[in-house]
Design a protein around this ligand. Structure first.
Ligand code: GLC
Length: 543
C-alpha cells in the first residue's frame, strides 16, 4: 500500500473551510483567520488530510469574496497576512496541508486594474486586460452579444463612454482577458507569492471559463455552472471549456513542480462529459478536478454505479485520481438534497414557501452517501458542517439573502446562502460558539443547537463520531488507495470490495443480506435484528 505521504493528494480527504462561516475570532459576526487557526485542532481530531479555504482576499464581498480586489493580501474582515502565515504554520504543525482559492476568470470591479481600465480610453492597454467591446445597434446601445450572466440578466455592462465590458458572473466581477500577456504574467506572480508563503495548492475557480471563443459568437442559452446543462442539441457554449485553457494550466503546473513537496492544482470546472473534464487532469496539467457529475447524481443505485465507473474510467485513462464530493458552498447541502424523495439538486436554492425536505430521511441518506463516498478510490472533499450532519438553512427570511443570484434573477432564484450559514460548535453559547458574541452574518436557525459539535463529540452514533470513525478506518484500511471490484447484487444494492473491506449500500426495500462471516466494522445506521442492511444504509465490513 502506498504510504499516505506519497502523492498525498491521490487519496487525500480535503475539508473545505468557508472562512466567512467557520469560526469568528473577534465577535463581529464574520468568520476570520484567527478563528480558523484556533479551531484547526478540530480538523486534526476529525482526521482529514488537508483544508481548502474559500477566498479571504480583500474584496467588496459582492460575491462573498469571489470578487477579488487584491490577490496578494487579506481582507481586514478576515485578518491580515500575518494571520494567514500563522494559519498556514499552525496547519502544518498539525500535519494538515493548506489549499487556497485562486479566482483567475474575473477580478472585482474594485481591483486596481479595473479602476484603471475605466479611467482609460477604449483601445488602451488598461482596457486590454479585460473584455471591452463596442455595443451593437445604431448608437451601440445594445450589448455586444446575447450572453447571459450565470447569476441572471445580461453578461454585459455599459460604461460611461459607451463601451461594454463582459461579466459572466455579477456586474461587480469583470472577466479578465486571458489573451493578454500581462494577465498571464500577473497570475504567475500571484501563484509564486502564495507558494513562497508555503501553501500546498490552489483550487482554481471557474477553471473552464478563462478563454472565450475568439469572435464572441452569440449564444442564446442561460449561463449555468452549478449543474445546469444547455438543452440537448444546443451548440457548445463559446465561453466554457475552450481548448485554450489547457495551455494556461500546463504553464502553472510547471511552476508548481519547481517547488518542494507536492503542491497541487484542483479544477473547479463544470464540464461534461467525464472525458472532457479529464483533459484538465492530464499528467502535465492539474492534479484533480471536482467530480460534479457525482455530486449531482440522483440517490439511486444504477446512476450512482454508472457515474462511479465512468468518472474513474475517464480519470484513469489520463492517470489521474478521481475525486468525490457531495456538498460545497455553491450547492444545497446533501443532508437536505437527499431529504426530498426525488433527491433533485434544487440548485436555485430553497426558501420560505418552497416545499421543505424530510429532515430525518435526508440525514439518514446523507450518512449512507458519505460512507459510500469515503470508501471510493481517490480523494474526497468534505464541506464544513457536514461532519455534524448539518442541513441547509431552508427558511432564511428573504431580506437576509446576500447571494447576488437572488437580486440578479429578479427574486426567482433563492441562491446559495442556505449552505453558508455559520456553523454550530457549542449548543449553549452565543452564536452556537461560532464566535464570542451572538453576531452572525446570516441568521442561524434555532435547530443549530441540536447539531453543535459539543452535543455530538463522544456520543455513540452521532454524525460527528460516524465521520471520525470513517476517517480513522479509511486510513487504517488504505481506502482511497485501493482498487474497487463490484459484486453482483440485487438492483437497488451497491456492493464492492476495496482493500480488505466489503462496502454495501442498500438504496431500496427490502433489507439486504450480507455474506456469511461478514463482520461489520462501521454502519451508517443500526442493522436489522437479524443482521441485514436496511434501506438507505451503508456498511463497511471485513469478509
Ligand atoms: C465559483 C465559486 C462560486 C462563485 C463563482 C464566481 O463557481 O465556487 O461561489 O460565485 O465561481 O466566482
Amino acid at each position: 500500500m502506498p504510504s499516505r505521504t506519497d502523492h498525498w493528494w491521490r487519496s487525500a480527504v480535503i475539508y473545505q473551510i468557508y472562512p466567512r462561516s467557520f469560526a469568528d475570532g473577534n465577535g463581529d459576526g464574520m468568520g476570520d483567520l484567527p478563528g480558523i487557526t484556533a479551531r484547526l485542532p478540530h480538523l486534526r481530531d476529525l482526521g482529514v488530510d488537508a483544508v481548502w479555504l474559500s477566498p479571504f482576499y480583500p474584496s467588496p464581498q459582492h460575491d462573498a469574496g469571489y470578487d477579488v480586489a487584491d490577490y496578494r493580501a487579506v481582507d481586514p474582515l478576515f485578518g491580515d497576512l500575518g494571520d494567514a502565515d500563522k494559519m498556514i504554520a499552525e496547519a502544518h504543525a498539525l500535519a494538515l496541508k493548506v489549499i487556497v482559492d485562486l479566482v483567475p476568470n474575473h477580478t472585482s470591479h474594485e481591483h486596481a486594474w479595473f479602476r484603471a481600465a475605466l479611467a482609460a480610453e477604449p483601445g488602451s492597454a488598461e482596457r486590454e486586460r479585460y473584455i471591452f467591446r463596442d455595443g451593437r445597434g445604431p448608437d451601440g446601445g445594445e450589448p455586444p452579444n446575447g450572453w447571459q450572466s450565470v447569476f441572471g440578466g445580461s453578461a454585459w455592462e455599459r460604461v460611461a463612454d459607451g463601451q461594454w465590458y463582459l461579466h459572466l458572473f455579477d456586474v461587480s466581477q469583470p472577466d479578465l482577458n486571458w489573451g493578454c500577456p500581462a494577465v498571464r504574467a500577473e497570475f504567475v506572480a500571484i501563484l509564486r507569492f502564495w507558494l513562497d508563503r508555503g501553501v500546498d495548492g490552489f483550487r482554481i475557480d471557474v477553471a473552464h471559463g478563462l478563454i472565450k471563443e475568439e469572435t464572441l459568437a452569440d449564444w442564446e442559452y442561460a449561463g449555468e455552472i452549478l449543474g445546469g446543462l444547455p438543452p440537448e442539441g444546443a451548440p457548445p457554449p463559446p465561453m466554457w471549456d475552450q481548448d485554450g485553457v489547457h495551455e494556461v494550466y500546463q504553464q502553472w503546473r510547471a511552476i508548481l513542480d519547481e517547488y518542494e513537496g507536492e503542491r497541487i492544482l484542483v479544477a473547479e470546472a463544470w464540464v461534461q462529459p467525464a472525458d472532457r473534464l479529464a483533459r484538465y487532469v492530464r499528467p502535465d496539467e492539474m492534479h484533480q478536478a471536482f467530480n460534479f457529475e457525482y455530486l449531482t447524481a440522483p440517490w439511486s443505485a444504477d446512476p450512482l454505479r454508472k457515474v462511479i465507473d465512468s468518472t474513474m474510467a475517464a480519470n484513469g485513462a489520463v492517470g489521474a485520481p478521481t475525486t468525490w464530493v457531495l456538498s460545497n458552498h455553491d450547492v444545497v447541502r446533501h443532508a437536505t438534497r437527499l431529504g426530498y424523495p426525488d433527491s433533485e439538486n434544487r440548485r436555485h436554492g430553497i426558501g420560505i414557501g418552497d416545499p421543505q425536505p424530510d429532515v430525518g430521511l435526508g440525514l439518514r441518506r446523507a450518512r449512507a452517501a458519505t460512507l459510500l463516498m469515503l470508501a471510493l478510490p481517490g480523494s474526497a472533499y468534505l464541506y464544513q458542517g457536514e461532519e455534524l450532519g448539518l442541513p441547509e438553512a431552508t427558511e432564511i427570511p428573504d431580506e437576509y439573502r446576500q447571494d447576488p443570484a437572488w437580486e440578479r434573477s429578479g427574486h426567482t432564484e433563492r441562491g446559495r446562502d442556505g449552505c453558508r450559514v455559520p456553523i454550530p460548535w457549542e449548543a449553549d453559547a452565543p452564536s452556537y460558539g461560532f464566535g464570542p458574541s451572538d453576531a452572525s452574518w446570516l441568521p442561524q436557525p434555532a435547530v443549530w443547537s441540536e447539531y453543535a459539535l459539543d452535543r455530538q463529540r463522544d456520543v455513540a452514533g452521532s454524525t460527528y463520531e460516524l465521520y471520525r470513525s470513517a476517517l480513522r478506518l479509511r486510513a487504517r484500511h488504505g481506502l482511497g488507495t485501493a482498487a474497487l471490484t463490484w459484486l453482483d447484487t440485487p438492483a437497488d444494492v451497491l456492493a464492492f470490495r476495496t482493500g480488505d473491506l466489503l462496502v454495501l449500500t442498500n438504496l431500496g426495500d427490502p433489507a439486504a443480506e450480507l455474506p456469511l462471516h461478514a463482520r461489520v466494522v462501521l454502519a451508517s445506521e443500526p442493522l436489522t435484528e437479524d443482521g441485514r442492511v436496511p434501506q438507505d444504509v451503508t456498511i463497511w465490513a471485513r469478509v
